[in-house]
Ligand binder design. Structure first.
Ligand SMILES: [Zn+2]
Length: 489
């Protein structure tokens, strides 16, 4: 890794430590607890019960419950009974409640602006980005500091519960703890349910394509894909095979878990990458483990990849969010010409995702980024025609997750959950695919390359995409039959 990339790697890790609730929540509560002990905070002594072994035990118990509940927004349904118990059993409920809201609101605001708003503002060279991101954070629901309601809700649940568990009579403590644990397990069961789908892994007779190029438009929702000015991508959708109502991403809809699912054909609870925080490696076999693969993208790609995988990085900070994808494409095209043995090429294009996070999924910047990505992909296809690469390449255009307002996580709305997915190749007919998931991508790559399926994976191969001999060739890629688009630039 280049020294600049190493610095960026550390910065991204630090940003995610402070951004993801599973690390930020215990940090913020412990931080306030320590400050409270110093006497520096006038209300500090009221916020927490006195330090004791039982306080430490309750802290760990609560954290385990939150982990079990996946930091899901549904778990915050317990906030109302927790506050009711706080008023029933504790001496200063109003001060605890008011003090917690004020202290955690300030702390989370500062952390969010310092570790997310300002770096994003500097990388985008735009002063309005930190303010926009801060305003978005009041309405976003996600297990990150980018969502004030969820982060504050969990912090409040912590201070209320620590006080209730310390002050309530013993039978009350037992009932309270049991309620927390039952609710956590219930939420886990509901949130992590994997959709029941048939597995279709037919045995391919022979490799149908020499290589697969997977172009992932990071953070592109199906909603925005449909609405955006993206004539070339729409032309491909209308000519070849695509998920008619979008493909479902996985839970949680974060970049690293989704990519691990795309490459392994399994869900996050199976492959073990559950968010973008550090220390998470894919536990199940994935395509780059046994076929020659090259991956291109931002620091995220390095983080979900195994150390042995062949990853080329691009720095959004060094090049700017609006130049990084072009630079990445050039590196990728050079390698594509030189390395004929590589079967799978994965390119993650970051511009749309970046603009969605910085300016919002409704913003002009997000839609301009989609339009720019459309141009980039169109130029890439023209180049492939020129270099005679289209006859033996299957192109897959996908997205890892959608985006709603400025974040994506629980998949509560379709704009987070539904993404475009299309298959483009000389033998691919015009089909509308129904009931599609991004976990189908790995199976289709295996089938069309004639290589084994990932062990333990799910997913469905869409054999029906293969065109029959009689189907018209109009619009096929090698004919460069996209007149209205070719002339329209
Ligand atoms: Zn992403």
């Amino acid at each position: 890794m280049k020294p600049l990339h190493r610095i960026e790697d550390i910065c991204v890790r630090v940003m995610y430590f402070f951004n993801v609730t599973d690390s930020f929540l215990p940090f913020s509560v412990l931080f306030l607890l320590v400050i409270a002990q110093t006497g520096f905070l006038p209300i500090g002594a009221t916020l927490f019960p006195p330090l004791s072994p039982s306080l430490a035990f309750f802290f760990i118990f609560l954290y385990v419950c939150c982990l079990l509940a996946d930091f899901h927004v549904y778990f915050l349904i317990l906030l109302a009974p927790a506050i009711a118990c706080l008023f029933a059993f504790c001496p200063h409920p109003g001060a605890i409640l008011g003090g917690s809201v004020a202290c955690f609101f300030l702390l989370t605001t500062v952390v969010q602006i310092v570790f997310m708003g300002l770096p994003m503002g500097m990388a985008s060279r735009s002063a309005d980005v930190p303010l926009r991101m801060y305003l978005h954070s009041f309405v976003i629901l996600a297990p990150t500091t980018i969502s004030l309601p969820v982060t504050l809700g969990y912090q409040l649940l912590f201070t209320s519960s620590l006080n209730v568990l310390s002050d309530a009579p013993l039978p009350g403590i037992g009932i309270y703890a049991l309620t927390l644990l039952t609710a956590a397990l219930g939420v886990r069961f509901i949130a992590r349910r994997i959709p029941q789908r048939e597995i279709r892994h037919p045995a391919p007779a022979r490799p149908l394509y020499k290589r697969v190029v997977l172009l992932n438009i990071d953070g592109l929702s199906f909603h925005a894909f449909t609405k955006a000015n993206a004539p070339f991508l729409h032309h491909l959708r209308d000519t070849f095979s695509s998920a008619d109502r979008g493909a479902d991403t996985v839970y949680k809809a974060f970049t690293n878990p989704a990519f691990a699912s795309i490459l392994s054909g399994t869900h996050p609870i199976q492959h073990g990458v559950i968010n973008n925080n550090f220390g998470q490696k894919i536990k199940t076999p994935a395509l780059p483990d046994f076929i020659d693969t090259r991956l291109y993208g931002s620091m995220h790609v390095k983080h979900f990849s195994r150390p042995s995988w062949n990853v080329s990085l691009v720095s959004l900070v060094e090049l700017g969010y609006d130049k990084a994808d072009d630079s990445l494409m050039e590196t990728f095209k050079n390698d594509l010409l030189e390395q004929s043995n590589t079967k799978l090429w994965l390119v993650d294009l970051s511009r749309a995702d970046y603009c969605g996070h910085a300016w919002g999924s409704y913003s002009k910047k997000y839609y301009e980024a989609i339009e720019a990505t459309d141009h980039l992909i169109r130029d890439f296809f023209s180049w492939c025609v020129e270099k005679s690469l289209v006859n033996d390449t299957l192109f897959i255009i996908s997205s890892d997750h959608g985006l709603f307002i400025g974040e994506h996580a629980y998949g509560l709305v379709d704009q987070e959950k539904k993404v475009p997915l299309m298959f483009v190749g000389q033998t691919i007919g015009n089909r509308k695919l129904m009931d599609v998931s991004i976990t189908d991508i790995a199976a289709n790559i295996s089938y069309f390359l004639g290589v084994p399926y990932c062990k333990g994976s799910g997913g469905q191969v869409f054999e029906e995409m293969i065109a029959s001999g009689e189907e018209p060739m109009k619009g096929r890629i090698s004919t460069l039959d996209w007149p209205e688009i070719a002339d329209g630039r």
